[in-house]
Design a protein around this ligand. Structure first.
Ligand code: SAH
Ligand code: SF4
Ligand code: F3S
Length: 457
């Protein structure tokens, strides 16, 4: 296994030699979740080792990489649009086009690329990401289209180079794949079964990040609380161990699954001072009937009592969540149950999705699909409720002192700095750039729906 990565390092060197000291440019387009973002950081790491530097300008790029997502349909339309645009760019500049990620694990997508977009050079899947150097080398040598996709899950590879996009916060993938097969979801089919990294590899990575000056770590996986580090080592063991690492000041994790939220994890969150007191607890639906058909393995009541238990055991804990509206067979009553849970839990943040049919999943074959108008109408009602709650909740921050990790200059207003509270609220404020990288106390002076305004006292 280590040999495989060593082999790829040799290919990185060979590609660099082909470039013969000339600077080459890459552009990378990432869709989807933070796991994909983290994969893209590894892709960037490999490309930089091969002598490529990043450019935002497609026309300037020698290689363009698309790292795709297929969790919902709109991602597909977007990707095909982008690849269509690449045709002219490639004709002019002979750009290498490589497409990887979750969507490439779907046969119908690869077929469509083969027939309608034959100018794509490399297609790679989620289990062959580490072989990009080898594939680029072959393209540079003979320019024959490469399809490198595996249907069985690959191994957990350690030691790939990584080029991170941020220098305050970092993501660390702790496990790959998913075993849950929620009936709407494509992820288990495109990411394979669960595979956990070894605790020592994760802890070494976090220690290295701490030494490099990172302050916040997000532990990533499709179901982090089913992490299995070997010899009985669990997710809560990992939380305690990461909490001990000096220099790291904040720990987050996404996503846990409510069905695996055991008491030891709750206790770890309560006891570890660095773990942020916001937990992402994906609800998906508030209706026990729908939850059953979704194969989520908890009821509305179990979800609510889990949240209540956490509120009792962890002072000041708050929640964020994911919700799908318009799942097949969802009645008005079912939807009301979802609204009811939202009213009861008062989430800090809700990521809302309209149900999207995914080829190959059980829900796609269900006959009682919900018409688009109803889906949209329910989505709008949910959104209205969520936004009124966010506004109400934001008001509670106004006048309070908050610890904010300062991340950098605000994107919309370079005269302002931006950071986040422990509960992941964006706070913009005026201040000196030397504050970037630090946790400081701010007074919250006003709320603006998607961010709060703070003031240094
Ligand atoms: N493993 C994570 C989520 C992965 S996908 C978890 O279980 O929480 C992120 C979110 O996309 C899901 O939580 C779900 O709300 C949404 N999602 C997944 N499949 C979807 C589909 N077919 N249609 C609409 N939303 C979907
Ligand atoms: Fe998809 Fe469910 Fe796995 Fe999350 S837990 S990735 S929603 S199958
Ligand atoms: Fe999308 Fe793959 Fe993540 S399908 S949500 S990029 S795991």
């Amino acid at each position: 296994m280590e040999n495989e990565i060593e082999k790829q390092y040799q290919y990185m060197e060979k590609v660099k030699q082909i470039h013969n000291g000339k600077t080459k440019k890459y552009n990378i387009y990432t869709m989807g979740c933070q796991l994909n973002e983290n994969d893209s950081e590894k892709i960037s790491g490999m490309l930089e080792k091969m002598g490529y530097t990043k450019t935002q300008d497609l026309a300037n790029a020698d290689i363009v990489i698309f790292n795709t997502c297929c969790v919902r349909e709109n991602a597909e339309d977007k990707l095909f649009g982008k690849i269509g645009e690449m045709k002219n760019v490639k004709q002019k500049n002979n750009t290498i086009i490589a497409i990887g990620g979750c969507m490439m694990q779907e046969e119908h997508i690869v077929n469509k690329l083969d027939t309608s977009y034959p100018y794509v050079d490399i297609i790679f899947g989620t289990h062959t990401l580490h072989k990009l150097p080898e594939n680029i080398y072959h393209i540079l040598k003979q320019r024959e289209k490469i399809e490198d996709i595996m249907d069985i899950e690959g191994e957990v590879y350690e030691g790939l180079p990584i080029k991170r996009t941020d220098n305050v916060k970092a993501s660390v993938t702790i496990m790959y794949g998913c075993n849950n097969f929620c009936s709407y979801c494509i992820v288990p089919y495109v990411r394979g079964r669960e595979r956990s990294r070894k605790p020592v590899d994760i802890l070494n990575e976090v220690e290295k990040l701490a030494k490099e000056g990172y302050k916040e770590i997000t532990l990533l996986g499709q179901n982090v609380n089913s992490y299995k580090g070997g010899n009985g080592y669990t997710f809560s063991n990992l939380l305690y161990d990461v909490n001990k690492i000096e220099g790291i000041e904040r720990i987050r994790f996404i996503s846990p699954h409510p069905k695996d939220f055991t008491d030891d994890v709750i206790e770890a969150i309560a006891k570890c001072d660095k773990i942020c007191k916001i937990v992402h607890l994906p609800l998906q639906s508030g209706s026990s009937n729908i939850l059953k058909v979704m194969n989520r393995k908890y009821t509305k009541e179990q979800y609510i009592s889990l949240a209540k238990k956490m509120q009792e055991k962890i002072p000041n804990i708050v929640f964020s969540t994911d919700i799908i509206v318009g799942f097949p067979g969802e009645t008005e009553e079912d939807f009301e149950d979802t609204l009811d849970v939202v009213r009861k839990i008062k989430f800090e943040q809700v990521y809302m999705f309209i149900y999207s049919r995914r080829v190959g999943t059980p829900a796609d074959k269900m006959e009682n699909q919900i018409p688009d108008e109803i889906k949209h109408e329910r989505f709008d009602r949910l959104k209205e409720l969520v936004e009124s709650q966010i506004r109400e909740n934001n008001e509670k921050y106004v006048g309070t002192m908050q610890k904010v990790l300062v991340e950098g200059k605000s994107k919309n207003n370079p005269n302002m700095l931006t950071g986040r509270t422990d509960t992941n609220k964006v706070v913009n404020f005026e201040g000196n750039e030397t504050l970037i990288h630090n946790i400081i106390e701010l007074k919250i002076v006003s709320e603006h729906m998607w961010y709060l305004k703070g003031k240094i006292l």
